[in-house]
Design a protein around this ligand. Structure first.
Ligand SMILES: CC(C)(COP(=O)(O)OP(=O)(O)OC[C@H]1O[C@@H](n2cnc3c(N)ncnc32)[C@H](O)[C@@H]1OP(=O)(O)O)[C@@H](O)C(=O)NCCC(=O)NCCSC(=O)CC(=O)O
Length: 503
């Protein structure tokens, strides 16, 4: 099943008003059927920057961007509880979102541009041309809004109609980078679905953009982005003394991605028989896990371990072990078969490079950190302590540019890619403060990244209802999810309480 409902030829008229260009699409409402959540598309338009506000610009991809060239886009959804009428939605909310989006895109113009590989260039680049725009879909749904917000397991297919597809016109070898969808659940809430090609932006840049759009919208178009938080487009700050970009391009050549055949297919997501659920690791439980690990690591000398057991480390170690047990059973790694398990997480290098890059650097600046260990190590009694030590030690290692290269080579190796069911990766972060994205309707009640259904990744977010707690999202088949839920709840209950526990 494909959700591609947009056809470029259908653009019929330029209805530009003030400085925003709206190209309304001549189409009757379309329905997404065949799944519980039904969405009716009522409008599609293209939102451009204010006319002539940014001139045509080319932005070369750095090696950090090139890492993501062939990977599928990220689909993120924000849910806002908000009592609103149909009239309020169409007459006030949507015009304000369109206007504020246009203003925000002026500062984040590459998102309205295209990925392409010009004849005269040695590598692909992002090109913004005056008039480029982002497709915004407006939809309405009468589905049960509350059921999409709850933490318990629900079909992942219910979320697909809430995110737009990137409208690739494969023949042109020019690819859009961002698509947006706003869906109204009348009297209940509003949902914003975003599809972003990771090649243009990582988590930090994406959340910079979305928060800028939200604050401009909250202030009803009065441009709110303070000058100190404008995106930084200085790409010369990313050094590539070892020519890592060429290493990536040579790798892509093997995948037949070249200047001549620059035709990247980023398949739309296909419905699948899986459920999505959210688990919360409370602050008290994180402390319990830490205390339990410290006891396991203690060599009797009561020294502090020479690495930092951060909330991230503790959460990942705990979830990795629960995930292994849910997939392979409680007693794993015994007998002759003891396969290698992989853990993969992104590290934001902005503050770790020499010289340091500003937080507002626009683009990708992620290093992929890979950890390998035998399944029996993780499944054993001290599995969580072993996992925590492995992850923490990788984080404290100095970031070196050739280290990034080594990781990428491992990622591309057949050994790694032939074992998708033995890789646990991480999406999101508790430090991006996604629950502080307020369009004027309060903070989101929930946010999901639906693309984890394809990657099997866990999604980390800060917990909106408890400081210091972590939300963990994942997509699994029903029976594996039930086992995961059981391990997730019971394992920490078996750890001794800390002195801070309120019990
Ligand atoms: C490598 C890391 C995961 C390691 O995290 P750690 O928390 O273990 O280590 P750290 O050095 O960052 O932080 C160590 C301690 O410093 C403090 N600390 C650090 N940064 C902080 C911040 N911004 N706010 C508050 N506290 C902070 C914390 O107290 C933490 O300990 P304590 O926890 O004990 O208090 C992280 O540094 C990192 O780079 N995260 C970014 C990942 C990212 O950008 N993901 C998005 C991928 S894109 C994506 O997935 C798309 C999407 O999201 O839409």
């Amino acid at each position: 099943m494909s959700y591609n409902f947009y056809k470029g030829e259908d653009i019929i008229s330029d209805c530009s008003s003030t400085h925003i260009q709206f190209f309304e699409i001549n189409q009757s409402s379309l329905m997404f059927m065949g799944m519980s959540c039904t969405v009716r598309v009522v409008d599609q338009c293209q939102i451009a920057l204010p006319s002539d506000s940014v001139s045509t610009t080319s932005m070369p991809l750095t090696f950090f961007d090139l890492m993501w060239l062939a990977l599928p886009p990220v689909h993120r959804i924000f849910f806002y509880e908000m009592d609103h009428s149909k009239t309020q939605f169409t007459k006030t909310i949507i015009p304000n979102l369109k206007h504020s989006l246009s203003l925000t895109l002026q500062q984040f113009f590459p998102l309205a541009g295209k990925l392409t590989w010009p004849k005269e260039s040695t590598k692909p680049e992002i090109q913004y041309s005056n008039g480029d725009s982002v497709v915004l879909t407006v939809a309405v749904s009468d589905y049960n809004f509350d059921s999409l917000l709850c933490n318990h397991a629900k079909s992942v297919n219910d979320f697909y109609p809430l995110v737009p597809q990137l409208c690739n016109t494969a023949s042109s070898k020019v690819f859009p980078l961002l698509a947006l969808q706003v869906t109204s659940f009348p009297n209940k809430g509003i949902c914003i679905g975003i599809t972003l090609d990771h090649v243009v932006a990582d988590g930090r840049t994406f959340h910079h953009f979305i928060k800028s759009w939200a604050s401009t919208s909250r202030l009803e178009g009065k441009n709110s982005t303070m000058s100190e938080s404008l995106p930084c487009y200085n790409r010369s700050v990313v050094k590539d003394p070892n020519g890592m970009d060429m290493v990536f391009l040579n790798h892509y050549k093997k995948l037949n991605i070249t200047k001549e055949s620059f035709n990247i297919t980023k398949d739309p997501m296909a419905p699948m028989d899986k459920v999505l659920a959210t688990f919360v690791l409370s602050h008290a439980n994180i402390k319990r896990i830490k205390q339990w690990i410290l006891i396991r690591l203690d060599d009797g000398k009561e020294r502090k371990p020479p690495f930092h057991l951060s909330t991230f480390v503790l959460t990942c170690a705990y979830v990795w072990v629960c995930s292994i047990k849910a997939r392979w059973g409680d007693v794993v790694g015994s007998g002759s078969e003891d396969p290698i398990e992989y853990f993969l997480f992104p590290m934001d290098c902005r503050a770790r490079l020499e010289p340091v890059l500003p937080n507002t650097y626009f683009g990708n600046c992620l290093k992929s950190c890979l950890i390998k260990t035998k399944r029996s190590d993780l499944a054993g009694e001290t599995g969580i302590a072993i996992a925590a030590e492995l992850i923490a030690k990788v984080i404290q290692k100095k970031v070196e540019e050739d280290g990034i290269l080594k990781d990428m080579e491992t990622l591309f190796s057949s050994d790694f890619s032939s074992a998708p069911d033995r890789i646990l990766s991480v999406a999101g972060s508790t430090k991006l403060y996604i629950y502080k994205t307020d369009f004027g309707w309060g903070n989101p009640k929930k946010s999901e990244v639906i693309s984890i259904a394809n990657t099997g990744a866990i999604l980390l977010s800060e917990c909106p209802s408890e400081i210091g707690a972590v939300e963990v999202g994942l997509v699994r088949n029903k029976s594996e999810m039930e086992k995961f839920a059981s391990f997730f709840t019971k394992t920490v209950e078996g750890f001794p309480p800390t002195k801070d526990d309120n019990c």
